[in-house]
Ligand binder design. Structure first.
Ligand code: UD1
Length: 418
């Protein structure tokens, strides 16, 4: 099992380039299953989640090549309609192939991630939407089965603007007869990227990026060549790295508007953030002011930046409050940060973070992707060495994070199993 060792205390300085957005690539790769031609996707970093999605596509019968930062998918021979438990468990985002397989074949059989029952948290919005498009949904032996005699367009009002459900419904609706309208849709930039990719293939979708998306179907989907948007969460993580270390980092390949919520909070915390056309420059403050953060669907503060921002708050002069309103249980990093000396109290979905003069290095574990990134940030400012175990979680969403930070002056290295 690989680990990071981080020796804290260095100010990060220099330029860092952000990779393509993981959360845009995964649905786009899933959507490539709808196409009869070849989908070429550029700016794809080597991430574990991308490799997992590549395996899902191959398992379903697609021919996939991955050279440099370009993935090509030929979905002509896709046949399998079933995704087993092992693939679903490896990556929750595997559920994104449901919409495209349902659109293409009208039937699917997919294992529940973690074997949850219908109606419970993780998939209900996806399934309600599929049912509205005419699918009959049943559950047998831990599998969801969706069957149709052809999808038909419908008006769907989402109870909550779920990113994955909106994506799945957009994909399926490209093959539904007539118009589909999705209200209270997720507005994340990754939805816009998916719309652009699908329209490049020949779909007719409007409105992504707003809460009302209209899809005219069915359309024949051919080939497309698409370059994915930059990863706003990776960018945000580097912006916090600059702020927290009192450093100065130019983050390149960013759409500044996509990181606006993070920019606003960092300015409130005392950092200087300058925006260029496709870069942001962050200069960390000498003293970090406490801030309050509430996670919300886009354009609110992203839940995927909550853990990183909490690390910044552990170093503030005063007390800040974090409210996690998107996910029920997303405070696994708190125990690890406490092991480093942080003063954090959890009350339900709220975390009260009292700044302390210095975190101290110890052995901690990356329990998930963003928690792992947060621990790297914590390590950058902690006294002595921080050993972060289970960095495989970090590799799910950050390409060579240790090399990128070492190039900015951080003392960080990857070690194998000691
Ligand atoms: C996506 C992102 C993830 C991000 C999240 C919220 C990808 C691959 N992942 O995940 O990084 O943290 O958006 O911005 O893009 N929910 C339901 N029923 C459903 C679906 C979701 O209750 O059928 C709930 C979830 O439990 C959660 C909330 O809605 O509490 C948000 O989930 P959702 O927007 O669907 O997140 P994902 O698409 O899974």
């Amino acid at each position: 099992m690989e680990k990071f060792i981080v020796i804290g205390g260095k100010r990060l300085k220099g330029t860092i380039r952000v990779s393509g957005a993981k959360n845009a690539i995964l649905p786009i790769l899933a959507a490539s299953l709808l196409a009869e031609g070849i989908s070429t996707v550029n700016e794809v970093p080597r991430l574990r989640d991308v490799l997992a999605m590549k395996d899902v596509l191959r398992y379903l019968g697609a021919v996939v090549s991955y050279e440099g930062n370009t993935i090509r998918v030929d979905g002509a021979k896709v046949q399998s309609l079933e995704i087993g438990e092992d693939l679903m468990r490896r990556m929750r985002a595997s559920n994104l192939v449901m919409g495209s397989l349902l659109g293409r074949f009208g039937n699917i059989r997919v294992a529940y991630p973690g074997g949850c029952a219908i109606g419970s948290r993780p998939m209900d919005l996806h399934l309600k939407g599929f049912a509205a498009l005419g699918a009959r949904i049943t559950e047998r032996h831990g599998y969801v089965i969706a069957e149709t005699d052809g999808l038909r367009g419908a008006e769907i009002h989402m109870d909550f603007p779920s990113v994955g459900a909106t994506e799945n419904l957009m994909m399926a609706a490209t093959q539904a007869r007539g118009q589909t309208i999705i209200r209270n849709a997720a507005k994340e930039p990754e939805l816009v990227d998916l719309q652009n990719f699908l329209n490049g293939l020949g779909a007719r979708i409007r409105g992504a990026g707003t809460d009302l998306i209209k899809i005219e179907g069915p359309t024949r989907l051919g080939s497309a060549n698409h370059t994915v948007i930059p990863d706003r969460i990776e960018a945000g993580t580097h912006m916090v790295a600059a702020a927290i270390t009192g450093g100065e980092i130019s983050v390149e390949n960013v759409i500044p508007e996509h990181v606006e919520a993070v920019t606003a909070k960092l300015r409130e915390a005392g950092a200087v953030v300058e925006e260029g056309e496709d870069l942001v420059r962050v200069i960390g403050p000498s003293r970090i002011k406490p801030v309050d953060v509430r996670t919300l669907p886009y354009p609110g503060f992203p839940t995927d930046m909550q853990a990183q921002m909490m690390v910044l708050m552990t170093a503030a002069e005063g007390t800040g409050i974090v409210s996690e309103s998107v996910f029920e249980n997303r405070y696994k990093h708190v125990d690890e940060l406490r092991r480093m000396g942080a003063s954090i109290k959890i009350e339900g979905r709220v975390a009260i973070v009292k700044g302390i003069p210095k975190l101290s290095g110890t052995i901690v574990e990356a329990t998930d992707l963003r928690a792992g990134a947060a621990l790297v940030l914590a390590g950058l400012i902690a006294e002595d060495a921080t050993v972060i175990e289970n960095v495989a979680h970090i590799d799910r969403g950050y390409e060579n994070l240790e090399r990128k930070y070492a190039a900015l002056g951080a003392r960080i290295m990857r070690v194998n199993g000691i």
